[in-house]
Design a protein around this ligand. Structure first.
Ligand code: NAD
Length: 502
């Protein structure tokens, strides 16, 4: 591991990013860039250095109200209603082209704001955002209803329509900021909804740049509004009586609060929440493939991923070998600034998250886990935590139960005596149900486990396959609803039945 980045970011970023950072950022309401009504601002920090790199607007309740009114106008009276589905698709495609044109700049903004390594952001997240928009651009013209053969078809002609759900509030977390925003807005725009987007307070920059590109793409005023600010701004959006639906990605605790508040107006709610995803490694697994995948499952985004494979169950026969190889792999990782092209692992997003993760590590220490590598804060500048491998972890320890959201692998053993049912019980002994992964060459075993584990996605001999056409979301307290594919689109439509007496 090398030292944290010490150089000046100026030498690493494009002139466009430099110019963007020094601008006074505003809220995007009804196609205009406006100051927060109470002139609120918030500092944006580079998590690799802890230094301020920009200033964003901090909106409030009044700004949410203005944004919701603009979204309502654009939905009811404005041009979005009259835009043909073909034009809706074309506008989404144009936005994808603009993101592609400005990919470098958008990647730099997310690296500076959130900390992930540049290559991961540019080639992974920004590329996925472009793919996602193009995928949903195609859906805009294919939102079909059905002709329904009722009992007496000679007397009634009956059909269904899929109509946009209306004004949608979308609240996103700080991990993978641009992609999170695009995952949310693409299906909503394809379906014909209008949006108030609330980015996370720690990472507002790429969403602001996205707003500028939305404008440049020619998406009409008021269709997408962006109000940056803290959790209270999100809460105001959830409480607003004229919002038809809330789509939220973030922690399970906030998701529960949102569901409770939204019940007051019976808004539609979809939730993508936390996880504590298990990985099972059987003795017949291809260990060459297991090591980078199991490590990547946790170290991607420094563990700040809802699908982080943070419970690693290894068969006794290969336990020591897998741990030794993952440890070696872990020691080879270079921590540093995401703009430094040699960096493998960036910082955590904030001091708060860093302290949260080191707090879990302290609990693991007290509970008796063995620290094979890592376990401490890295350096004194920025918010880095060492990638950490823990063994002798028990299912009952908090590090095996709670979502750490940091670069921490908790390795546990299983044995020949553990039949499939016993392993599935261990996998399912969590309030979460987002993802799981099984490594074996026994096809029967892999499918039996995949069917029995209660998780929204199960990867066999792989990890973190995401595709715009593959539904994604959680069982149990990992969420409500599925994003991506047609399921993701249907979150933004209401079905209407029309019956004509013949
Ligand atoms: P968080 O719940 O604190 O915040 C998420 C967003 O909600 C932020 O924009 C925040 O300002 C806003 N918010 C906070 N309080 C609110 C309230 N009362 N009402 C409305 N909005 C409110 O979560 P976080 O710490 O920013 O993100 C990390 C969590 O997100 C992790 O638990 C992770 O698993 C989860 N996550 C899940 C997925 C998924 O797809 N399942 C993806 C990414 C992150």
């Amino acid at each position: 591991m090398n030292a944290a980045f010490n150089g000046s970011i100026e030498t690493y970023i494009s002139p466009q990013t430099r110019a963007f950072l020094v601008r006074q950022h505003r809220l995007f309401i009804d196609g205009k860039w406006v100051e927060a009504t109470d002139s609120g601002t918030m500092a944006v920090l580079d998590p690799a250095t802890g230094r301020q790199i920009a200033t964003a607007a901090a909106g409030g309740r009044g700004d949410i109200d203005l944004a919701v009114k603009a979204a309502r106008r654009a939905f009811e009276q404005g041009p979005w209603r009259r835009t043909t589905t073909g034009d809706r698709g074309r506008l989404l495609w144009t936005l994808a082209d603009l993101i592609e044109k400005h990919a470098e700049e958008l990647a730099e903004l997310d690296v500076l704001d959130e900390g992930s390594p540049y290559a991961t952001v540019r080639n992974g997240y920004v590329a996925d955002a472009i793919k996602h928009l193009r995928y949903y651009a195609g859906w805009a013209t294919k939102i079909n209803g059905q002709s329904v053969p009722v009992d007496n078809p000679n007397e009634w002609h009956v059909y269904t329509r899929r109509e946009p759900v209306g004004v949608v509030g979308q609240i996103i977390p700080w991990n993978v900021p641009l992609l999170m925003a695009v995952w949310k807005i693409s299906p909503a725009l394809a379906a014909g909804c209008t949006i108030v987007l609330k980015p996370a307070e720690d990472t507002p920059l790429s969403a602001v740049r996205l707003g500028e590109l939305v404008q440049e793409a020619g998406i009409p005023d008021g269709v997408l509004n962006i109000v940056t600010g803290d959790g209270s701004v999100g809460a105001a959006l959830v409480e607003h009586p004229d919002v038809d639906k809330i789509a939220f990605t973030g922690s399970t605790a906030t998701g529960k609060r949102i569901a409770q508040t939204a019940a007051g107006t019976l808004k539609r709610v979809s939730l993508e929440l936390g996880g504590k995803s298990p990985i099972f490694v059987f003795p017949d697994a291809d260990l060459k493939a297991v090591i980078p995948a199991a490590a990547g499952a946790v170290y991607l985004n420094s563990g700040q991923a809802c699908t982080a494979g943070s419970r690693l169950y290894i068969h006794r026969k290969v336990h020591d070998e897998v741990v030794a190889r993952i440890t070696e792999y872990t020691k080879s990782l270079k921590l540093g600034h995401g703009l430094d092209r040699a960096t493998d692992l960036g910082p955590l997003v904030s001091e708060r998250q860093m302290n949260r993760v080191t707090g879990f590590l302290d609990e693991g220490r007290r509970d008796g886990a063995t620290f094979v590598v890592g376990g401490e804060r890295h350096g004194s500048e920025g918010f880095f935590v060492e990638p950490t491998v823990l063994t002798e972890v028990l299912d009952t320890m908090s590090i095996a139960r709670e979502e750490i959201f940091g670069p921490v692998i908790s390795a546990m053993r299983f044995d020949d005596d553990d039949d499939v049912e016993a392993l599935v019980r261990r996998a399912n002994a969590t309030e979460y149900g987002l993802a799981a992964s099984i490594w074996t060459s026994d096809v029967k075993l892999a499918h039996r486990m995949a069917h029995a584990i209660r998780a929204g996605v199960v990867w066999i001999n792989g990890y973190n396959l995401f595709d715009p056409n593959l539904p994604f979301g959680g069982f149990k307290q990992s969420g409500w609803g599925r994003e991506m594919g047609f399921d993701g689109l249907s979150l933004y439509t209401e079905s209407k039945s029309v019956a004509v007496a013949l």
